[in-house]
Design a binder for this molecule. Structure first.
Ligand SMILES: [Zn+2]
Length: 135
């Protein structure tokens, strides 16, 4: 593989990473709409779970692309760094997954302690585990 091939491959990965980021943004948009209706029901939870699954699939694809890029780079004499855009897209996707997970906890009528991460009913004023003020 010559350096032009690597550049083409990298460009291709960048394009796919951008598409992945677009899907993540769309999923968030869809969820924001449904959350606005404030209907706490099974369908909503299922919808959030669906988005989390989709994002996890995107994430797995990104990890595969990252691994392939690393392999290509190491197989070649020329050394290049791992494309920052893939890392950025992975970080973005991880953040979106965390947001959806937080929404899921909320839909179950629970809240997550910002200090220790323990879940408790969202009527609780203080965390039963560490005593942190909730809200
Ligand atoms: Zn706590």
């Amino acid at each position: 593989m010559d350096s032009k091939d690597i550049k083409d491959k990298t460009d291709e990965i960048f394009e796919k990473a951008k598409i992945g980021a677009g899907i993540a943004a769309t999923a968030v948009g869809d969820f924001a709409k449904s959350a606005g209706e404030k209907a706490v029901n099974v369908k909503n939870t299922a919808s959030v779970n669906f988005h989390i699954r989709s994002l996890n699939n995107e994430l797995n694809d990104l990890y595969i692309k990252l691994g392939k890029t690393a392999y290509d780079i190491h197989s070649n004499i020329e050394t290049e760094s791992i494309p920052a855009e893939i890392i950025n897209t992975i970080n973005l996707t991880l953040e979106e997954i965390e947001k959806f997970k937080a929404q899921l906890v909320e839909l179950r009528g629970m809240t997550t302690c910002s200090k220790c991460g323990k879940e408790s009913p969202n009527v609780s004023e203080f965390c039963p585990a560490c005593g942190e003020k909730l809200g």
